[in-house]
Design a protein around this ligand. Structure first.
Ligand SMILES: Nc1ncnc2c1ncn2[C@@H]1O[C@H](COP(=O)(O)OP(=O)(O)O)[C@@H](O)[C@H]1O
Ligand SMILES: [Mg+2]
Length: 411
């Protein structure tokens, strides 16, 4: 898959320049310098009017002048080529200007007669290979016969978390897993719809960084009380030590989940009395989760094995019943096999963020049989797929940055 980069300022300027050359130069050559000046001034003032009066953001548009000149409809062209259709036969007709949304060029198209939305989505891989570019196809609500098609451009490799600040500032208290940049907009997962989250991917893919992004954004928005378990010793999360509750060993984690279970029971009792009570959100985040099932299967340390089994049991209960009491869980193992994430836990995790995995089989285990998408992801740090109840979206996870000062101890 070849990525293409659209530098919109550049292409808009290039289009302007070409228009001036195509109109101005011939006029100059045939000895009409005054007309050449007039044409150039006309084009310049037309663009100035669009920017200043019509408030068109030139950066949001893909090369408007050039496209107007060449009448670009790459998607329609690819569709026609795919079917070996003659020029006169109907194709996907572009109805609107190509607009930039994130790194994607979006426009609405009319479906050619006889082609349904479902059929078009089936043709997507062929169109993509014809265009040499990934596509996103969506229905336009209340408008059958019209589809929105996005030509997905290149994802940036590093997007600092500070770029999410305007969004975070606009959503104080929002209960959401904040992940990264999607092809069109900031990608988040609603904690209301998906109370629990599974994060998988081989070592170095970016799980710990994503967890830090999630913790940082929840702290920043003030959405939830946070409990973090890092079974690798906690060194990755030292910067958070003064800002949240932390567990770094199996016995500590057992104590934490036991308290959480008690709290959940108490909240359930309160709910019986008054079904409208609103509870403060609590998120339990467990990095290096595979250590728990490994400890549970250990033959050498019997005591720890018992504790780990107890943790798995309690987590199972919380995953099943946490939603109504605002208790959320995020677990991050490297692989989601049956031995690292027991099937009963997996069944209650319908939102998944997966980084690149090394085999197609692993991708199938995470996303469902036959889904190779996590295997086909570019092996770039922070590049991930979000799966929400089976719907996939590619994102570049934010690069973690500290947004708030550490609290002084005891505060
Ligand atoms: N979204 C990202 N953007 C930029 N760099 C990243 C991103 N995610 C991870 N990295 C880099 O990759 C390295 C490994 O990431 P890490 O989160 O520790 O992976 P994992 O926990 O999956 O082993 C980190 O040092 C980090 O700097
Ligand atoms: Mg890690």
């Amino acid at each position: 898959m070849i990525d293409r980069d659209y530098n919109h300022n550049m292409t808009a300027d290039l289009g302007l320049f070409m228009a001036l050359c195509l109109i101005g130069l011939p006029l100059l050559l045939i000895g009409l310098p005054n007309l050449a000046w007039f044409a150039s001034l006309f084009i310049l003032s037309a663009i100035a009017t669009r920017i200043m009066v019509a408030k068109v953001n030139i950066q949001d548009e893909y090369n408007p002048v050039l496209l107007w000149l060449v009448g670009g409809n790459p998607v329609g062209h690819a569709y026609r080529k795919m079917n070996n259709r003659a020029k006169t036969q109907p194709t996907l007709h572009r109805l609107t200007r190509l607009r930039r949304r994130g790194n994607t060029l979006v426009a609405q198209y009319a479906l050619p007669p006889g082609l349904s939305f479902t059929e078009l989505t089936k043709l997507k891989p062929v169109l993509e290979s014809g265009l040499n570019q990934p596509l996103e196809i969506a229905m336009v609500p209340d408008n059958p016969g019209v589809v929105e098609i996005g030509l997905v451009g290149r994802f940036r490799r590093k997007i600092p978390l500070t770029e999410a600040l305007p969004w975070l500032d606009a959503h104080p208290g929002l209960e959401t897993w904040c992940i990264g940049m999607g092809s069109q907009e900031l990608a988040t997962i609603s904690m209301d719809d998906f109370p629990h989250l599974l994060v998988v991917g081989r070592t170095g893919g970016g799980k710990t960084n994503l967890i830090k992004v999630i913790l940082e954004s929840l702290l920043y928005m003030g959405s939830a009380k946070l409990i973090l378990a890092d079974l690798k010793g906690g060194s990755d999360y030292q910067v958070f030590q003064s800002r949240l509750i932390m567990a770094t060993t199996i016995p500590e984690l057992l104590e934490t989940v036991t308290q959480l279970l008690d709290l959940m029971r108490e909240r359930q009792r309160k709910l019986l009395e008054d079904e409208h009570v609103i509870f403060e959100s609590i998120a339990l985040v467990i990095d290096e989760f595979a250590n728990v099932p490994t400890a549970a299967n250990s033959k050498t340390n019997k005591q720890e094995a018992e504790q780990a089994k107890e943790i798995l049991n309690i987590l199972n209960t919380i995953l099943q019943q946490g939603r109504s009491t605002n208790i959320h869980v995020l677990i991050a193992p490297q692989r989601p096999d049956a031995d690292t994430v027991p099937g009963t836990l997996r069944a209650n995790l319908d939102a998944v963020v997966t980084f690149h995995v090394t085999t197609a089989v692993q991708s199938g285990v995470i996303l469902g049989a036959g889904h190779n998408e996590a295997f086909e992801l570019p092996a770039i740090k922070g590049r991930a797929l979000i799966s929400q109840a089976g719907e996939l979206q590619q994102v570049q996870v934010f690069q973690w940055q500290q947004l708030q000062p550490n609290k002084t101890q005891g505060a």
